[in-house]
Design a binder for this molecule. Structure first.
Ligand SMILES: Cc1cc2nc3c(=O)[nH]c(=O)nc-3n(C[C@H](O)[C@H](O)[C@H](O)COP(=O)(O)O)c2cc1C
Length: 392
């Protein structure tokens, strides 16, 4: 593969770079505030990314002025790249709630155009996260209760039949919807798009053996299971041109299974990621619950670190940055306290990853970047799950 890097080269670099667990306490948070040229046409004001966080504050799928102000505040404080909450593509089975923003329809697109304008005015850049839930959508959900839930094999995340296996015609239809959403995003000023390919939603359901039992060209070995994602990426690339940045979010873990590991070895991961890179991905956003956990034995690299080694592409790390527990606690009503950034900064300095996504800490405190930069750690707001019910 043209842009893949040899595994032995990667492993030897890994060993020499990450021999020790010790951190240099002198590293400054200023490392997070160096600009980053993501592509030839897109430079970010900092290394900080706000990852997609579903908020459900867009009645009828339309993001309003409160949503624009919410994202603007994070850009003003120093976030380089905002990835919006999952924005649904134009397909009746894509989503399960009416308050999730849409990436189609005049009213929703006008709302997004204002979000983009405000984030740009504040110095930030912004991608929508394009989302289709697939079989993670409960049957009969709003806003289209009549539409069946669909997925690669009609199996829910536990592997039980719960909906309809997608026909080839349905696959083509959904691929076109992704491409249309990306084209609309580009038209209204977004700086790129991110595909939700993680956490057990539609794209991930094709990637994962438990939910993809197809025997046609979309199922079987790793290459066949990647074909749906590759089709989506290629369709977006064809629709948006060579320079429009395309990111994809990927995770080993699923909503239903935190121990799932579709990629058991660096070789498998590399083979898969390079299929996506060749199809047109510019940025891999590697979703882990704790950024400091090694992905494979024999190296301290996390999933993002491996993705960078194996593809040479820019990567985002995420998972418990600045916080003392991982994000699924939030759904059990648990808060999180602040912790230091020494290990994160050391890994960033080592070149393990390029960008750092900060989820709950930024949701709780829009001023997180500014306070970190100015050393005002005592003023950081702890993450309280009550913050999920508000948009500020
Ligand atoms: C309220 C909430 C909603 C989320 N919604 C999404 C989503 O729509 N898409 C996605 O890829 N991840 C979503 N996530 C995961 C976050 O993007 C992030 O990966 C996770 O919170 C870990 O980062 P943190 O430890 O810094 O919070 C969500 C997380 C939270 C807390």
């Amino acid at each position: 593969m043209s842009n893949s890097r040899s595994l032995s080269q990667s492993q030897s670099e890994t060993q020499s770079e990450f021999q020790t667990e010790s951190h240099n306490p002198a590293l400054s948070a200023e490392l997070l505030f160096r600009p980053y040229a993501l592509t030839g046409t897109l430079t970010l004001q900092s290394r900080l990314v706000m990852p997609a966080m579903a908020r459900g504050f867009s009645p009828g799928g339309v993001p309003g002025p409160d949503v624009a102000a919410y994202y603007r505040r994070r850009a003003e404080s120093g976030v380089g790249l905002i990835i919006t909450e999952g924005a649904v593509i134009d397909h009746p089975s894509a989503v399960s709630e009416t308050s999730v923003p849409a990436m189609y329809g005049e009213a929703a697109l006008d709302g997004w155009a204002e979000v983009v304008r405000q984030v740009h005015e504040a110095g930030g850049r912004i991608f929508p996260q394009l989302w289709h839930m697939g079989m993670a959508r409960p049957a009969g959900s709003q806003p289209h209760p009549e539409a069946p839930s669909i997925g690669p094999s009609g199996l829910d995340l536990s592997g039980s039949p719960a909906g309809e296996p997608m026909t080839e015609a349905q696959i083509e239809d959904v691929v076109r919807s992704y491409a249309r959403a990306a084209a609309e995003a580009k038209r209204i000023g977004f700086d790129g798009v991110e595909l939700q390919g993680a956490h057990g939603y539609l794209i991930d359901q094709f990637l994962w053996e438990r939910t993809n039992k197809r025997t046609d060209r979309y199922g079987g070995d790793l290459t066949a299971r990647a074909r749906f994602a590759v089709d989506v990426i290629q369709a977006i690339r064809a629709e948006t041109g060579p320079d429009f940045p395309i990111a994809i979010r990927l995770s080993q873990w699923k909503q239903s299974d935190y121990t799932a590991r579709p990629w058991q070895t660096p070789e498998e991961l590399g083979e898969f990621l390079n299929l996506l890179a060749e199809a047109g991905v510019d940025l891999f956003h590697c979703s882990t619950r704790r950024f400091h956990e090694p992905e494979f034995e024999g190296s301290t690299l996390n999933l993002a670190g491996w993705a960078k080694k194996l593809t040479g592409k820019p990567v985002v790390t995420v998972g418990s940055v600045g916080l003392d527990n991982e994000f699924l606690n939030a759904y059990q009503g648990r808060g999180a306290g602040s912790v230091g950034l020494d290990e994160l900064l050391q890994r960033l300095e080592n070149g393990e990853f390029d960008l750092v996504a900060v989820g709950r800490a930024l949701l709780a405190d829009p001023e997180w970047p500014r306070k970190i930069r100015e050393g005002r750690k005592d003023e950081l707001k702890a993450f309280d799950p009550a913050a999920l019910g508000e948009l500020y």
